[in-house]
Write a protein that binds this ligand. Structure first.
Ligand SMILES: Cc1cc2nc3c(=O)[nH]c(=O)nc-3n(C[C@H](O)[C@H](O)[C@H](O)COP(=O)(O)OP(=O)(O)OC[C@H]3O[C@@H](n4cnc5c(N)ncnc54)[C@H](O)[C@@H]3O)c2cc1C
Length: 501
């Protein structure tokens, strides 16, 4: 499936619905000026010639930055390249009207900032379905049912427990706001996670099982990830009072995959955008940013606007596509060139019912082989249809993204059948979304900092460049790579700018 226009949905967030939600949430209408926004985001026509702050990118992070700046009394314009808001958050409506997500979907404990926003916007969450048994599909052991978090492979149990403990201990020593200052930072950054695992795990099998986590979480295998970056990422899977852990990053109940949003996660940016109204300009890719004297001039396909400050909230590699005058500082340019997006597609098979539930299965699985490495029950909150989901990332993506759709579909459904039985072979719908083919994202779910680059260039991650400031989930110090990180980064960048103008 290619990305489609969601303007209809955007306009579909009715003023009544929005205000009802906002009142239920309590706080939104109290924020200066925001309650007045009745117009939808603009898709064409002229844009203001001058504002206090231009925000580049109408993903969750940019929209939150804009919302907070408006609340602080600043005039703001969000320039969004696509014909929709939400970036990596994208709802997909199934034939019967149920909504699933093609992008980010799950939220969980310690993701305080996105959870607070969800509440404020009057949205509801529901628990990811985990009742029943999980399935482990192993080359050597066949198909095994289990409960808990670690697949019942006697070869990996002890190893997995020790590795998890060590990863948690090591990540505690990595400062979330300055991983380049960690003890042994250079040594950790010079090796990949795969190399570290080779030296620190007892059996190779554990590395096959961990692929399920790395490919889905980063769109990269362990062989492509810096150990320092990975430990930092684990450290960020928490909040100011709960240190990040591997379990909170990788798990489902009480962890990052704990809950989903009723109606789909894109409702979050859609509702923030509705509050901002015509302050959001769609179809407005930013092409050039020029800093001169006390102003910044931003050239977009919808026109040119000058501002006192600019917040850039785009995926890191996308910032390289902007013509910068003066050019970005050398270390910042290098950092951006060492932060590629992962390779990931999300695949969903839709069935008349979540039939596996009646058979006592959760729909969750881990594979130690093949291109499908993990599955989740992705049925909507009302379970009107049953949906099984998988992420195909990293080397699995490389193996099957170029196959004809029919061949890939067959591979996916055959894998699903190993988890829930042959009924999986006959879905009523099959939906896939390859984020590498999205012009304004170019991969997913997150940009990873390559080996060596955190130590060499990482300190520029949030460093303003003159009057240009940085948002986007990759700049967050907690839950970087997630919706929560996007919200935190939007809030931080808005606070940074608000006190300067
Ligand atoms: C398949 C997938 C699964 C995921 N799963 C989860 C999950 O379960 N839970 C979770 O919390 N997170 C998940 N994520 C990650 C989450 O979606 C992101 O962290 C978050 O949405 C990022 O928000 P952002 O605003 O930082 O960036 P983006 O959403 O990428 O927004 C950036 C915006 O900038 C725009 N843009 C780019 N270039 C320009 C330009 N030159 N001019 C103007 N606009 C521009 C883009 O169009 C986009 O709208 C997932 C992501 C994907 C893709």
């Amino acid at each position: 499936m290619k990305g489609k226009s969601h303007m209809g949905e955007q306009q579909g967030v009715s003023r009544r619905g929005l205000i009802g939600g906002a009142v239920a949430g309590g706080a939104v209408l109290a924020i200066g000026g925001l309650g007045q926004a009745a117009e939808a985001a603009s898709s064409s026509g002229s844009i203001p010639k001058s504002v206090d702050v231009v925000v580049v990118g109408g993903g969750l992070s940019g929209l939150v930055a804009a919302r907070n700046l408006v609340a602080a009394g600043k005039s703001v314009l969000v320039l969004e390249a696509r014909d929709r808001v939400g970036g990596r958050l994208l709802n997909h409506t199934l034939a019967g009207g149920s909504v699933i997500e093609s992008g980010g979907a799950f939220v969980g404990p310690t993701q305080d900032h996105v959870l607070a926003l969800i509440k404020t916007l009057g949205l509801q969450t529901f628990k990811e379905y985990v009742a029943g048994q999980n399935v482990y599909v192993s080359k050597n052991l066949g198909t095994l049912k289990y409960t808990g978090t670690v697949p019942p492979d006697p070869l990996i149990l002890a190893d997995a427990a020790i590795l998890q403990l060590r990863i948690d201990q090591m990540s505690k020593a990595v400062p979330v706001d300055a991983p380049w200052t960690a003890k042994d930072a250079a040594t950790l950054d010079s090796q990949t996670v795969e190399t570290w695992l080779e030296h620190n795990s007892l059996v190779p099998q554990v590395r096959e099982v961990l692929k399920a986590y790395f490919q889905a979480s980063f769109g990269v295998d362990a062989s492509g990830l810096s150990m320092l970056f990975f430990l930092w990422y684990m450290a960020t899977a928490g909040n100011e009072t709960n240190p990040g852990t591997f379990e909170r990053s990788s798990g489902t109940p009480d962890a990052a995959q704990d809950s989903r949003i009723v109606g789909g996660s894109q409702l979050i940016p859609l509702r923030v955008a509705a509050l901002l109204g015509s302050r959001v300009a769609l179809n407005a890719p930013v092409r050039k940013i020029t800093q001169s004297g006390s102003t910044v001039t931003v050239v977009s396909d919808r026109g040119t606007v000058t501002a006192k400050r600019v917040i850039v909230a785009v995926p890191p590699p996308l910032a390289l596509g902007i013509d910068w005058s003066p050019l970005l500082p050398a270390r910042r340019l290098q950092l951006l060139q060492h932060m590629p997006m992962g390779t990931l597609m999300k695949v969903d098979a839709v069935y008349p019912t979540p039939f596996w539930r009646a058979a006592g299965l959760s729909g969750s699985a881990v594979f130690d082989n093949g291109v499908v490495r993990t599955t989740f029950d992705n049925s909507p909150s009302d379970a009107k249809v049953g949906v099984l989901l998988s992420f195909i990332g990293g080397s699995s993506w490389q193996q099957c993204a170029m196959l004809p759709l029919a061949d890939r579909r067959k591979l996916v459904l055959e894998a699903f059948a190993k988890v829930v039985g042959p009924a999986a072979l006959k879905p009523i719908d099959y939906v896939e979304h390859d984020w590498t083919q999205e012009r304004w994202t170019m991969g997913s779910p997150v940009a990873s900092v390559q080996p060596g680059a955190t130590v060499a260039y990482g300190s520029t991650i949030r460093e303003p460049f003159g009057r240009v400031h940085w948002a986007g989930t990759e700049t967050a110090t907690y839950w970087s790579g997630y919706m929560d990180g996007a919200v935190r980064a939007g809030e931080r960048s808005a606070a940074e700018v608000a006190k300067l103008i």
